[in-house]
Design a protein around this ligand. Sequence first.
Ligand code: ADP
Ligand code: F6P
Length: 467
Amino acid sequence: MRQSSLVVVANRLPVDNSVAPDGACEWRRSPGGLVSALHPLLKHTPATWIGWAGGTGPAPALPDVDGVRLHTVPLTPEDFRDHYEGFANATLWPLYHDAVEQPEHHRRWWEAYQRVNRRFAEAAAAVTEPGGVVWVQDYHLQLVPALLRDLRPDLRIGFFLHVPFPPPELFMQLPRRAELLRGILGADLVGFQRAQAAHNFAQLVAKVFGVPATDRQIEVDGRTVRVGAFPVSIDTAEMAALAARPDVVARAERLRNDLGSPENVILSVDRMDYTKGIEHRLKAYSELIASGHVKVRDTVMVQVAVPSRERVGQYQILRDRVEREVGRINGEFGRVGEPAIHYLTQPFDRAELAALYRMADVMAVTPLRDGMNLVAKEYVAARVDDSGTLLLSEFAGAAAELPEAYQVNPHDLEGLKQGLLAALEADPEDAATRMRAMREHLHRYDIRSWVRSYLSTLDETVSAPTG
Ligand code: ADP
Ligand code: F6P
């Protein structure tokens, strides 16, 4: 088996299974930020990416993508149901997002989580060179660091959590909380999006194991585990270049014309997820129309909501409710050819997304809780002329980095309405000053700087026993 000195382990592979024009199935590099960031690095390192290729059949053998070796881990239908849909997305996901929906606990799900994590750890153990670096990503794989350390104590192991890490009192609800923490503590460096998450983690470890733990390091089993906040970012230059492309600018103008050239366009782009606050936003918007503060002819809302995790009950219920509400609002306030909300559930390519961002005067990103929210950063990066306003939830990870956004508490309906109005009526000069500051921040702290800062900190960690 080919081995690599750097191995990324993530639930999903950095490729999409798409259908070519001739109907054949082809694998293409997926456009996500993590892939673009790691790509230049992986290309020069002999690196492997371990992940699930989607589906529940045997793992396909995939060709290298631009020099990156892809190692697929298969999931059976039971693994998919109990590990991915179950423990990952119906226990951990709601629990880690402030329990905005009720987390479910089933022993069968935990067994599947352990089984699948072991499979990923074994794959990483097999493909990493002696003394190599393994970087484990996200909540699907929290047991991998410790499992891997048992198998390969020679490796340097990093773990990064892309979603929030909950306060101790919530985490303590987990029936297998100690095992989960032990899994993460197998890493040399545990990275979070926000300092608060690193704090929550250290507090929990101190409480559960009674070991010395600060927000920067934890002493456990004679080892030092480094902890820190590394806010993930986007390929800012790439999004800016895309948004400045003449065809994208022309497309944005066409989109605006198609909307009836309104004075204002409000845009939201979300995965269909109950953490994203879609229902709260629709309610605020419909109340503003009902009270006459917003006129449908002048202002148009575009809500993109791509279906996600579609077999999970809470996601099905949400989609039904959102679609009923959009129908109600359009039925009540729209006119023929003039809906109050344009609702789209399709996936778009990057250029179309950039055109949507360029077209929108206000981007409303109002999750109830979100690890980071890259969409907010993408909108800012796309506003190359410094126009536009970003309405941002205080509960998005991005809020800590983008204080110049119009920030709101999405649970406060009146506050959300006021925020929307403030964003719509912003003074252009003030808005441009805010946008410029946010854009500068994102050019400085882009995805490359995230990768550099995480991997150089991991490099400084010492795996040797402390004593
Ligand atoms: P999450 O990781 O919870 O889905 P983020 O906002 O951090 O939320 O990331 C979402 C990513 O998915 C962004 O890069 C965004 O551009 C992309 N995305 C969202 N909606 C669509 C869509 N309709 N088509 C294509 N990409 C999308
Ligand atoms: O940001 C959290 C996350 O689970 C990512 O790991 C993932 O890329 C994204 O949301 C989409 O979720 P899924 O992989 O379940 O479609």
